[in-house]
Design a protein around this ligand. Structure first.
Ligand SMILES: [Zn+2]
Length: 80
């Protein structure tokens, strides 16, 4: 699926409804936006990642900090 859109004055774009429906994207949901070295912009449904290593596996949360259990164990060892 491919289409073209003009960038709005505030930097926004409208993602076509058929693409949003296909992806299951709903109003107000969080999206992750990243750029690739070749200039490609990637927009994906938000997933939580460990703040320290970037893993998406075995996550835990302490207040606003999200980390994986491995990094949490490393931190616990460093503090004891
Ligand atoms: Zn981690």
């Amino acid at each position: 699926m491919k289409t073209s859109r003009k960038l709005m004055q505030n930097g926004g774009i409208t993602i076509p409804k058929d693409m949003r429906l296909k992806l299951g994207w709903k109003r107000g949901m969080s999206l992750d936006i990243s750029t690739m070295p070749d200039g490609t912009l990637i927009i994906r449904k938000h997933i939580d990642l460990c703040r320290f290593c970037g893993s998406a596996q075995n996550l835990c949360r302490y207040k606003d900090l999200i980390m994986c259990h491995s990094c949490a164990d490393t931190m616990k060892g460093a503090l004891s």
